[in-house]
Design a protein around this ligand. Structure first.
Ligand code: T6T
Length: 325
């Protein structure tokens, strides 16, 4: 398999169409490199990826760093490349810093597909930008998700008051886009809501909690916080609870681990926007398999959201959208 892909490596930028060959599935090995290995979001993504692998009779290896950090992800990626998988699915931890490390895979003829996050502008195979070489991007609509969060926030706080975004750090495509969507929706439709400066927590829930206290000290009338990913939301919720502000401050969360579900049940979190990470993993593997067996693939696949709140959090139909731990 590797030889087939290698020989067509230079065709990657114009697609692999026309290289249809019969493949023996059991020889196909795909690497899945998450943003970090200990995050319920990526653990759930791997569950979907393994389901697809089982259906296809192929192997998917989940290998990543323990923190969401391009400096830690790069050596893991280099080791993955050295193992010569047939394709790499990866959630790049920085949209700029991961371009060159991923180019090393591309230059060795290993097709790259990004899942969850993207490199460069996320528009691949269009001839523009340094990071145009991945073959596909499978992810949530993060700008749309940020806009959803803003609408839920506005509704909960009655269209007026001060809010802020608890976020990881600039340079991550997903969380940047959620913030962008949140800000845009507020600016366009909610003139009486003031969005304060974003608080960056480095994916550390404890830091996100203490940042809530600092914001509260400066703005005692704070009405809401949007946690733009799992750790930001959990930390912000803990901060609100610790400060005894549960009844006064609305928390809108991105992501749906079991801890956020508990917080919805207790009334601490008002709504959580659950991504569909298993769907991202499943269709990521399917896309890689399609490519490796000579099919063309969509350059971009958008996966869905399910909103959890006090009304539906106990429903059986919702259970499959709660992330695995
Ligand atoms: O929100 C997800 C993921 O989409 C994002 O790129 C990074 O953070 C999470 O993994 C949640 O912790």
């Amino acid at each position: 398999m590797r030889n087939l892909i290698r020989s067509t490596a230079l065709a990657a930028s114009v697609g692999l169409a026309g290289m249809a060959q019969a493949q023996d599935s059991k020889d196909i090995t795909i690497a899945l490199v998450p943003g970090l290995t200990t995050d319920a979001f990526y653990i759930t993504m791997n569950r979907g990826a393994q389901a697809a692998a089982e259906a296809l009779g192929i192997t998917v290896n989940f290998q990543g760093a323990e923190e969401f950090d391009p400096v830690l992800q790069t050596p893991v990626l280099d080791a993955v490349i050295a193992g010569q998988p047939d394709a790499i699915l990866i959630a790049p931890t920085d949209s700029t810093q991961m371009i060159e490390p991923l180019r090393r895979a591309h230059e060795q003829g290993i097709p790259v597909i990004t899942v969850d996050t993207f490199i460069d502008d996320g528009k691949y195979q269009d001839g523009a930008g340094d990071g145009d070489f991945p073959m596909a991007y499978i992810a949530s609509d993060n700008i749309g998700g940020g806009r959803m969060a803003a609408r839920f926030m506005a509704e909960e706080i009655g269209g007026t008051g001060k809010v802020y975004v608890s976020n990881v750090r600039p340079g991550i495509s997903t969380t940047d886009q959620r913030e962008e969507g949140f800000m845009a929706e507020m600016a366009e439709n909610y003139p009486d809501i003031e969005v304060l400066q974003t608080q960056y927590n480095e994916n550390d829930a404890s830091l996100a909690a203490s940042q809530f206290n600092a914001v509260l000290a400066r703005h005692p009338e704070i009405a809401g916080v949007f946690g733009a990913n799992l750790f930001s939301a959990l930390g912000a919720a803990n901060g609100v609870e610790g400060a005894g502000k549960m009844d006064d401050v609305t928390v809108i969360a991105f992501d749906a681990p079991t801890s956020i579900v508990d917080n919805i049940e207790s009334g601490l979190v008002d709504a959580a926007i659950a991504q569909h990470p298993a769907e991202i993993g499943y269709f990521g593997v399917m896309s890689a398999y399609a490519l490796l067996t000579g099919q063309s693939v969509p350059v971009s696949i958008g996966t869905g959201f399910t909103v959890l709140n006090a009304d539906n959090v106990g429903d059986e139909a919702i259970a499959k959208f709660i992330y695995s731990e």
